[in-house]
Design a protein. Structure first.
Length: 273
């Protein structure tokens, strides 16, 4: 009874003022001020493969060859060159010589129809499908189109083709003008894709890793210099070296195009790798 009475007589504690409650809460860790909500996680875009080091799954043998979907420009151009080469194999010598003369980028034709002959001369392969430049065209243009796109790859090809042609034919015209060469030099037969291929090799080397770039340039340069030393066709051989130099001079341009293509979300990774 005594314990019950004492419990009943215990005074009820009075509530603390509002200011004292706030002071007590301030002493509790992490209770000062409003608690900021965590920032939402921002999804990071998926990283694309390093442009000069494609994934191993992309290093497939058949990717070295042009396809209608992967490299349509090179595929179409290769088909045209195959048709003209087959035609050259079965056409009569007289008809073939006439077509070659009409497509020749000699000085006489460059003065009369420059645009036509510069384009028409790039429709023939000197030496046919068995020419080393035919194989180089397929491999190099395919690799270049995968890295910078079809239109830009053809632009590189035509730049080397046109500049190397002018660099070799203009001196011939000037030499004839001052009397150092006969007038027959104005009709020197000149056609083929070799200048464009040499420029494309030079441009493509700038997009390769150094361990592959410099051996490729050394091998191609040595081959072209050897042909020049042989002195069998010095004007054409000089044109090959000039075209190779034109391609290497385009490194800043093709590298910028490569970066733009890699960063383009509309282009699948498998296409540019």
């Amino acid at each position: 009874m005594e314990r019950t009475a004492r419990a009943a007589s215990t005074p009820t504690p009075e509530p603390l003022p509002a200011g004292d409650v706030a002071a007590l809460l301030d002493g509790v860790p992490r209770q000062r001020g409003p608690v900021a909500a965590p920032a939402p996680a921002i999804p990071r875009p998926a990283l694309r493969p390093y442009p000069w080091r494609p994934a191993a799954r992309h290093l497939l043998p058949w990717r070295l060859l042009p396809t209608p979907t992967g490299t349509p420009v090179t595929f179409a151009y290769t088909a045209v060159l195959a048709l003209t080469s087959l035609f050259a194999s079965y056409a009569s010598p007289g008809l073939l010589n006439t077509l070659y003369q009409d497509s020749s980028t000699d000085v006489a034709h460059l003065l009369r129809t420059p645009v036509f002959v510069l384009l028409a001369s790039a429709l023939w392969i000197a030496g046919g499908l068995l020419s080393p430049f035919a194989l180089a065209f397929v491999l190099v243009l395919t690799a270049l189109e995968r890295r910078i796109g079809g239109a830009r790859a053809i632009l590189v090809f035509l730049t080397g083709h046109v500049l190397a042609t002018l660099a070799t034919e203009v001196p011939v015209g000037l030499a004839v003008l001052v009397g150092h060469l006969p007038d027959t030099s104005l009709h020197r037969l000149d056609y083929g894709i070799s200048f464009g291929v040499a420029a494309s090799i030079g441009a493509l080397s700038g997009l390769l890793a150094p361990w592959l770039r410099w051996p490729l340039l050394a091998l191609v340069g040595y081959s072209l210099v050897t042909d020049l030393v042989a002195f069998q066709d010095p004007m054409t051989n000089w044109g090959h070296l000039i075209a190779l130099a034109v391609g290497t001079a385009l490194w800043p341009v093709v590298r910028r195009w490569r970066r733009e293509r890699v960063q383009d979300p509309a282009v699948p990774v498998a296409v540019v790798a």
